[in-house]
Design a protein around this ligand. Structure first.
Ligand SMILES: *[C@@H]1O[C@H](CO)[C@@H](O)[C@H](O)[C@H]1NC(C)=O
Length: 536
C-alpha cells in the first residue's frame, strides 16, 4: 500500500508532533480506541491497567436512547470483575423467564436455562438500555474520549498505526482497536472482508411506555399468531417496554403498534409515550480476520465491526463487551511487559482464533433464532433452550480450538478452555461466604491453588495473583484456616476455605485474566511452564 505509506509519512511529520505532545504529557500514547460500548469498555480496562488510551468517537456525545437491551450472565460476571456491576444492578431489571402467549393466554413458561446455571451468582438477564451502560463507561473515561471525531484516514506500518479524523486530529499509536460499528471505516479502509448472508427480514423496534390490562410480569414474552412468532416483548428498567415486531410489507411505527395490539388481544394496549422507534434489517456477517494484515498487523477489530447478526438472543452488546474483556488484558501484556515478539503474537493472534470462532457460533445461534420467528412460539423457545449457552454467555468456551492459551486438561468441575466457575469461599478477612469473582482483579492471571500454597513464580509475579483455597475444617473443630498454619513462603496471596475442597485435593488451576481456565496442573512445574509458555 504505497499511497498509504506516503500518507503515514505525511502524518508523522506534520501532525504527530502536535498530537504526540498532547499524548506524551500522560506517557507515550499506546492505543486509540473508537467509541461505543465495546470500545469504551476496552478503553476503561486498559486505562485501569496503566495503558495510555485515546478514544475517538464519531458521535457528538453519548447515546441517549435505544439500542441493546440486556446483559447476559457472563457479561455480568465480567462487569463484576471490572468493578462496574454494582452501579448497574439497581438500574436494571432482572429477568430469568421466557414465556409464550397465543390465542389470549399464556401457553408456556420456561427458565431452566437460567435457573439451572451452575457456579454463578447472577442467573438472569439484566435488562438495561445501552445508553445507561455507555453513560456509566463515559463517566469513568473523562478526558480520554474525543467526541465528534470521524476517522477519515488510517494506516499502519511496522511500529505504529496512524489515524486522522475529520477535524484534522491525528493520532499515532502502537495498536488500534477498531470498534467502530458494522459499517466500520477502519475495516473497510484496511480492506478486511466482511461477508455473510442477509435474510430479507426487516424488524421494527420500539421502546415505549404502555398502559394495558395484560398481566404484566418480568418475563420475555413471545407472541404467537397464525403459527408465527412475530412479536416479542422485553421488560425493561423504568417500567419501559421493548418490542420487536416483524412485519410483512411496509414497516412503520404505526403498523408495528397495530401488530402489537393484535398479538396482545384480547387485552387492551395504549401506547403512552414512545421513547425510541427504529428498524433494522438482519445481516449476518463476520470479518475474515479480527487482525489486520491477516493476523500480523496492529489493528484489531471488535464488536459490530467484527461481527453482526440479528438481535434475537440479545448477543450483540454482550459479544462486543466479551471481545473487550478478552482483548484488553492481552493488549496490556504486550505493551507493558516488554514481551518477546513471538509471545506478543501468540497473545494477539489467539484473540482472533478464540473470538472469531465464538462470533461464528453467535451468528449461527442468532440466525437460527431469527428464522424461527416464522414458526410457532414453542419452536422459537426450544431453539433458545438448545442454544442457551450462548444466550446466557455461560456456555461460550475455547476448548478444542487449539488455542495456545489453553492447555487441555480437566479436573472435577474445572475444564481448561471453559469459563472459570464462580465458587463460594469463606475468607479470613470477611466473615461468611463470598464469591470467588468478587476477590479477583482484572488483568492478572489467577493462580488458584486447591489444598496447597503455591510457590511464587518470581519471574512473572507482576502478572499473577495468588489465591489458595483449603478444605473446610471438620464440623465442630475450631481449627484456624488450615492455610494460616502453613509455611506460606512469605507469599501475600488471598486464602480461603471451601466445603467443595476435599481434604486430599492438591492441584493448581491457572485462570486467565479474562476468567477462562488456561490450565489445571497437579504439580508446581506445570503451572509455571504454562505461564512461561505465554510470557516467553
Ligand atoms: C427468577 O426470577 C424470579 C422473578 O424475578 C425470582 O423470584 C426467582 O428467584 C428467580 N430465580 C432464580 C433461581 O434466580
Amino acid at each position: 500500500m504505497s499511497t498509504s505509506s506516503e500518507n503515514i509519512r505525511e502524518v508523522d511529520v506534520a501532525i504527530v508532533g502536535g498530537l504526540f505532545a498532547l499524548c506524551v504529557l500522560s506517557g507515550s500514547l499506546t492505543y486509540i480506541v473508537i467509541g461505543g460500548p465495546t470500545g469504551l469498555f476496552t478503553g476503561l480496562l486498559l486505562h485501569r491497567l496503566g495503558v495510555s488510551v485515546c478514544i475517538l468517537d464519531a458521535k457528538a456525545g453519548s447515546l441517549d436512547l435505544g439500542r441493546a437491551d440486556a446483559l447476559n450472565a457472563r457479561t455480568q460476571q465480567y462487569l463484576e470483575v471490572a468493578g462496574l456491576l454494582d452501579e448497574l444492578l439497581p438500574l436494571g431489571l432482572k429477568c430469568n423467564t421466557s414465556s409464550t402467549f397465543a390465542d389470549g393466554e399464556f401457553k408456556s413458561r420456561q427458565n431452566k436455562w437460567w435457573v439451572g446455571i451452575e457456579h454463578a451468582l447472577h442467573k438472569n438477564f439484566l435488562m438495561i438500555g445501552q445508553p445507561v451502560i455507555e453513560a456509566m463507561l463515559n463517566s469513568r473515561l473523562k478526558g480520554l474520549v474525543y467526541h465528534g471525531q470521524d476517522v477519515v484516514n488510517v494506516a499502519e506500518d511496522e511500529e505504529h498505526v496512524h489515524v486522522t479524523t475529520s477535524t484534522g486530529f491525528k493520532v499515532r499509536s502502537k495498536y488500534l482497536l477498531a470498534a467502530d460499528g458494522a459499517r466500520s471505516f477502519v475495516r473497510n479502509a484496511l480492506g478486511i472482508d466482511f461477508t455473510g448472508t442477509k435474510p430479507e427480514m426487516l424488524w421494527a423496534v420500539l421502546d415505549t411506555f404502555i398502559e394495558s390490562d395484560f398481566p404484566v410480569c418480568p418475563e420475555i414474552i413471545t407472541f404467537q399468531a397464525h403459527g408465527q412468532s412475530r412479536v416479542s416483548w422485553i421488560p425493561r428498567e423504568r417500567g419501559l417496554s421493548r418490542f420487536y415486531v416483524l412485519l410483512e410489507g411496509e414497516v412503520s411505527q404505526k403498523r408495528a403498534e397495530e401488530s402489537i395490539k393484535k398479538h396482545m388481544a384480547p387485552h387492551s394496549v395504549e401506547f403512552k409515550q414512545t421513547e425510541w422507534y427504529s428498524t433494522f434489517d438482519v445481516k449476518e456477517r463476520i470479518a475474515s480476520s479480527f487482525i489486520s494484515k491477516n493476523g500480523n498487523g496492529r489493528v484489531l477489530l471488535a464488536g459490530d465491526a467484527a461481527h453482526v447478526h440479528s438481535v434475537n438472543g440479545g448477543q450483540g452488546l454482550n459479544t462486543g463487551l466479551s471481545d473487550a474483556f478478552a482483548l484488553a488484558w492481552r493488549l496490556a501484556m504486550v505493551t507493558k511487559h516488554d514481551l518477546p515478539e513471538a509471545a506478543s503474537k501468540k497473545l494477539i493472534q489467539s484473540y482472533d482464533l478464540e473470538r472469531r470462532t465464538t462470533a461464528k457460533n453467535v451468528i449461527d445461534v442468532a440466525a437460527a433464532l431469527v428464522r424461527d420467528t416464522m414458526r410457532e412460539a414453542k419452536e422459537y423457545v426450544a431453539t433458545i433452550e438448545r442454544n442457551a449457552g450462548y444466550i446466557t454467555g455461560m456456555g461460550v468456551s475455547y476448548e478444542g480450538l487449539n488455542s495456545p492459551l489453553v492447555k487441555e486438561s480437566s479436573y472435577s468441575f474445572w475444564t481448561a478452555g471453559a469459563r472459570c466457575p464462580d465458587v463460594v469461599v469463606t475468607g479470613s478477612e470477611q466473615p461468611g461466604p463470598s464469591w470467588l469473582y468478587s476477590h479477583v482483579e482484572y488483568g492478572k492471571f489467577i493462580v488458584l491453588s486447591i489444598g496447597q500454597v503455591p510457590h511464587p513464580y518470581m519471574k512473572y509475579q507482576h502478572v499473577l495473583q495468588f489465591i489458595s483455597i483449603f478444605a473446610s475444617p471438620p464440623e465442630g473443630s475450631n481449627n484456624p484456616a488450615q492455610g494460616e498454619d502453613r509455611d506460606t513462603h512469605s507469599l501475600s496471596g488471598k486464602m480461603f476455605r471451601a466445603d467443595w475442597v476435599l481434604p486430599e485435593d492438591n492441584y493448581i488451576i491457572v485462570i486467565r485474566p479474562d476468567m477462562y481456565i488456561g490450565y489445571i496442573a497437579t504439580c508446581e512445574q506445570g503451572w509455571q511452564d504454562y505461564i512461561a509458555s505465554i510470557c516467553v
